[in-house]
Design a binder for this molecule. Sequence first.
Ligand code: GTP
Ligand code: MG
Length: 325
Amino acid sequence: MLPVIALIGRPNVGKSTLFNRLTRSRDALVADYPGLTRDRQYGFGKLGPIPYLVIDTGGVAGGEVGIQEAMVGQSVRALQEADAAIIMVDGRSGLTAADEHVASLARKHARKTWLAVNKAEGLDADLASGEFHGLGLGEPIAVSAAHGDRIAALMDAVLSDFEADSPDDDVDDDDKELRIAVIGRPNVGKSTLANRLLGEERLVVFDQPGTTRDSVAVPFERNDRKYLLIDTAGIRRKARVHEAIEKFSIIKALQAIEKAQVVIAVLDAQDGVTEQDVSASAMSWIAVCRSWTSRSESRFRHCTARRSGTSCRPSSARFGPPTVI
Ligand SMILES: Nc1nc2c(ncn2[C@@H]2O[C@H](COP(=O)(O)OP(=O)(O)OP(=O)(O)O)[C@@H](O)[C@H]2O)c(=O)[nH]1
Ligand SMILES: [Mg+2]
């Protein structure tokens, strides 16, 4: 399983800058403006010995009310679902009360903590990190997320507790199963489609979002070829990710995607296709859409234009023939 690393800290310390570096993306918004990140943001990365999943969170300052309080809930959730947390502080502005508050949250909720003193480019590492020893989160590591200084050393340390998944290269090619993950938003018809591919009512289907709460892997054979079909819990649009049942399911789904060779994304053509649907993975994709019209087609083409290797098969999970494989 991919280790899950949460980034947490007070506003504006550089969490999103680090997230972008760790995922080699520009997915997280970065600006010199506190409170920019509001949701949890998930990304894949490999920098250092093994691949990982990283979660960017909104800044926590202490004393939050209203929407900010909900954002703190997001950060706590990220700490709970992660295997380790990198707590970020700002080496230029020094220790603040908000850092103390973040540290107490981390001590309470994180399984394992690492302390990164950011914006340390051009500063003496010992001097920049000295005052942060008192946070009780372990030895501070002076880094620069913007310039990349000592990020590799930070990740070597963070990932040293985890082992890479053993490669199955030693298995004979004929014996290797093809892993197919079925992903999509809650209630879009993933399990219905999976049952149709399997030819039996193997998975619980119910007209309510969140019926599948964990990824379910079902081995099956067709034309003498072995497959492992992984039905995942739904990935919801970003803004709606707040219910308790979803706490671990996004990570399970992302881990399933990472292990799969083929990803079948089930989309509801009525809803349109969002960037999030398209950007969840770098694997090969087949999108299966419900309620397909020519208007959906042009919207789909627009969203997938930047993604080579995606093909779309309009179909009905409930009534259509199982032609996807
Ligand atoms: N000098 C310096 N500036 C940095 C570094 N990392 C980030 N910054 C700057 O700090 C500011 C805030 O960076 P963000 O990555 O948006 O910070 P954040 O912690 O995600 O902020 P919130 O989402 O608002 O909590 C931006 O102007 C970044 O360019 C660094 O290593 N050195
Ligand atoms: Mg941010």
